[in-house]
Design a protein around this ligand. Sequence first.
Ligand SMILES: Cc1cc2nc3c(=O)[nH]c(=O)nc-3n(C[C@H](O)[C@H](O)[C@H](O)COP(=O)(O)OP(=O)(O)OC[C@H]3O[C@@H](n4cnc5c(N)ncnc54)[C@H](O)[C@@H]3O)c2cc1C
Length: 289
Amino acid sequence: MYPAPFEYFAPASVSEALALMAKNADAKIIAGGHSLLPAMKLRLATPPALIDIGKISDLRGIQDLGDKISLGALTTHHDVEHSALLRNNCSLLPEVASHIGDRQVRNRGTIGGSLAHADPAADYPAAMLALGAVILAQGPNGNRSINADDLFTGLFSTALNANELITAVHVPKTDTKGGGVAYAKFPHPASRYAVAGVAVWVKIDDDIVTDVRIGVTGAADHAQRARVAEEALKGKPMHDDNIEAAAQVASDGLTTMGDIYASADYRAHLVQALTRDALNKAHHRAHGW
Ligand SMILES: Cc1cc2nc3c(=O)[nH]c(=O)nc-3n(C[C@H](O)[C@H](O)[C@H](O)COP(=O)(O)OP(=O)(O)OC[C@H]3O[C@@H](n4cnc5c(N)ncnc54)[C@H](O)[C@@H]3O)c2cc1C
């Protein structure tokens, strides 16, 4: 299938991109094109113009900011997967990126595109929630920060305004003493999108859980925290019985959805099983096992 005709712009800066967005209200930003182009080829999206942000160098790069790491919006899944800075300090992200699609998708797709698209089965949203990431956006009125908890608002929808761009994502350094992270995913066998996926960041002191964040993707219309499971674990020893008790309630409070691939009940079951796996893995990693 061929997309409908469209105009094409390739701005060299964020301000140029924002000016083009202001002049072309129905235009779409294009980054890696790995969600937008399939939609255009199926004529599910027919934007009259594309604003290609791929040449904006300010949107590239992974930087050490001390206690956190900044990823430019154009950072590809491949670059996340292979970044030594991330592998040593925030290893959840490379782990999650390695699960995305196939090599071609990881070479082209970007973190900004994935978050803006907010596919309910995308992998990064679970990690953003588990990490408590902050998403940086720029619009005509300047810059603002959006907490990951507030970004995903529904099916393919986010708190971003139509005239705003994601410029970067800030994630904390998690791989410190007592910190453990993990991602567990049940992938669709063809696309590799998550039928369900669970990302975990747990902090342990003397084997007591001082904090835990659990992000779930694939199960509902948008990624969400498994807050009932988090509360079930906080303040408790990270023992098998407590991990099991938290896993059992991991889908509580989530409105799981069913489709031709998996029923809502099956997704709820997957969330519980994947939470158990991710918590066990994170526990081992927190101890450096
Ligand atoms: C075969 C296949 C398998 C895949 N499997 C997986 C998978 O297993 N897991 C997974 O998570 N994903 C998967 N994906 C999706 C992939 O990760 C995409 O790359 C990603 O969802 C979108 O990133 P992109 O850079 O390609 O965005 P684009 O397609 O360029 O854009 C997507 C949307 O985001 C908007 N946008 C892009 N960048 C910005 C920005 N900086 N600010 C504001 N808006 C922006 C665009 O306007 C558009 O609406 C798969 C894709 C394909 C084709």
